[in-house]
Design a protein around this ligand. Sequence first.
Ligand code: SAH
Length: 374
Amino acid sequence: MTKSIAANSVFDKPWNFYDFDRESLENLFTTIQEPSFRARQLMKWIYHRRVTDIECMTNLSMALRSRLRSSVSFDLPSIKWHQASSDGTQKWLLELLDGNTIETVFIPEDKRGTLCVSSQAGCALNCAFCATGLQGFSRNLSASEIIGQVLLSQAALDSDRAVMHKITNVVMMGMGEPLLNYDAVVRAMRLMTDDLSLGLSRRRVTLSTAGLVPAINRLSSDCRVSLAVSLHATDDDLRNQLVPINKKYPIAMLIEACRRYSSRTVGGQVTFEYIMLDGINDSRKHALQLCSLIGGLSSKVNLIPFNEVQGIRYRSSSQKNIDAFRNTLLNANIMTITRRTRGSDIDAACGQLAGTTKRRSERRITVDVVDNIK
Ligand code: SAH
């Protein structure tokens, strides 16, 4: 078989435009012996001019347009329902083609609008405090299903004439563990930060992880977005219980990976997320341990009051304990903020996103399962 026939067969299979970032789209065009700038022309039509009718793309040759017409699709998830919180937070339930549903949340603030995006249907990590973990893992989302959350939410926000809302920041903090869906998440984040598509600054796109050390290392060369790490505990015994993936990548290894990531990225500040759990991880001793763990690392700490989840026994720390914990960190010159809970009246707060998964996997401690997820 000659190279061009093999290449044709790749292009002539149905493919979804939104699954490709600039580089992979250029490669796709090169395989059919089209110049790579055609890929950029196509991206401009779709992301900048919002035109998906191939016939309107008059700077593409008739032959190319005909090939595109017979192979490319622009499928995105569909919005099943939408809820608005009294504090302005909005949540969309999106249905995927296979019937899984995922959730996306928009959080408006004074000067920015943050979209919290899901990376998987369900989650395999089984963190002890999280609603998503309760439903098990169904599957990874494709790049089109990830970038689609941003496109659909922005379109929905645009159609609301009463308030002008723009997505200025994206956080990969919805359902799932983004680093267990590495390729699709990297493609989607490259689209978020590419001038030819959404053009957000890399500082305004944040990936949050429970701590998959090898993937954190890879990310620093593939897509240097802002990194957030869900730490939640300062010793391995407790973190093994709260975030079981810690058994595979313990705290010392994780902090080392954060130091590396921070040194390889411009402005390289790592955010540590720390859920405040009453009587579990919120004492002065824990705060001091946290100071010595992350001392010397360019970082900031987000203290997250625990959002209660039905079926999970933890309670949030009192405001008094959260303030005391914060003051201990501030005294050690660690930038610390207490995250305001947003959208809890519509179950849109951190850790409350659930959706519904089809073909969920058995729920079990997943340190071993993690290696098998593609
Ligand atoms: N898997 C990724 C991203 C999803 S969770 C990660 O672990 O970072 C996004 C953030 O919400 C994480 O910091 C997570 O620990 C936190 N979270 C989960 N359940 C929560 C709850 N019930 N209350 C408050 N924060 C929660």
